[in-house]
Design a protein around this ligand. Structure first.
Ligand code: 13P
Ligand code: SF4
Length: 308
């Protein structure tokens, strides 16, 4: 079936079933084009909480769909592909957090939203790359903080806030390859460009990069906002390939250069247009968090939504 016909059928089913399609910026362009809302992790979590739809088709990775299910337990959350894992979410378990808490009974655990619901259930505060600094600043220096699971985002927050934290040693297999040499190389090659970097990148706590006047660290939504508001004509995009779609659509007169051709998240790319159609037709694959975990995980997620 051609994409045009798949899209027509998706639109028909969305109406018939009171369904909404949410998509992350890293999904395929044609998937983003049928979404009712495209966003970063924070925006998607908010949208999952605000929608009046009965069904949410979540075009993203598994932990994002789980978060939507925790926020909206009475809605049916579907993910259009299986095995949409995330190397960060897979790096830590609830037991790892319990072990840290046993040694630090007065400490606080802040977990990046790229974690399983089981980990969120053991967490005091969740955050995303949009509000991580605000969440940690909100907690201040009085208590010991354990930041999980992204060591790069954690180190970036320590640099920006001056608040020391214990860091879990997880990384994103896509952003870990974005190192300082790569950024410096691109800056030399494109001296007029702004360099927009996701803080999951390996260079996120390197002073040389943090002090570059034309380098900026943002969540995916922040990258898109910066490009739209800037007078610059050229941008180096140091995050996943999919982000280019909205950047190019919204700014046809500007040039966007991907930092490296291999910054591609295989899990996000498993979500295909045909999969979205089948998800709606067959109401598969449902993502449902067990009630006892969901009831515990909601607290750390709600705190995240309240802070930033
Ligand atoms: P954002 O919240 O910036 O969209 O990041 C999510 C993610 O998984 C980045 O790799
Ligand atoms: Fe996870 Fe990295 Fe993919 Fe984001 S890009 S979903 S952090 S594996």
């Amino acid at each position: 079936m051609e994409n045009k016909e798949i899209t027509r059928q998706i639109e028909e089913l969305k109406k018939a079933k009171n369904a909404i399609v949410l998509a992350h910026y890293y999904t395929h362009p044609e998937v983003q084009d049928i979404a009712d809302y495209i966003g970063d992790s924070l925006g998607l979590a908010r949208e999952a909480g605000n929608t009046t739809a009965d069904i949410i088709v979540f075009c993203g990775v598994h932990f994002m769909a789980e978060t939507a299910s925790v926020i909206s337990p009475n809605k049916k959350v579907l993910i259009p592909a299986q095995k949409c894992g995330c190397s960060l979410a897979e790096s830590i378990t609830g037991k790892d957090i319990q072990e840290w808490k046993a040694k630090n009974p007065d400490g606080l655990v802040v977990s990046y939203v790229n974690t399983t619901a089981e980990v969120k259930a053991e967490t005091d505060y969740c955050c995303t790359s949009s509000n991580a600094i605000q969440v940690v600043e909100h907690l201040g220096k009085d208590k010991k903080i354990f930041f999980t699971p992204d060591k790069n985002l954690g180190a970036y927050i320590v640099q920006k806030t001056g608040i020391e934290m214990d860091l879990w040693n997880g990384d994103c297999c896509v952003h870990e390859r974005i190192d300082s040499n790569m950024i410096v190389g691109m800056a030399n090659q494109y001296p007029e460009a702004d360099i927009l970097i996701h803080p999951e990148s390996n260079c996120a706590n390197d002073d040389e990069i943090l002090n570059m006047p034309n380098a900026f660290f943002y969540s995916t939504a922040g990258i898109i906002k910066h490009a739209a508001e800037s007078n610059k004509k050229q941008f180096i995009i140091a995050t996943e390939l999919g982000t280019l779609h909205q950047l190019e659509k919204a700014n046809p007169e500007k040039e966007f250069i991907l930092i490296h051709p291999k910054t591609i998240c295989g899990s996000m790319k498993r979500v295909k247009l045909q999969g979205v159609l089948e998800a709606l037709q067959e109401e598969k694959y449902e993502v449902k968090v067990p009630e006892e975990i969901s009831k515990k995980a909601i607290t750390s997620i709600q705190r995240m939504l309240e802070i930033g």
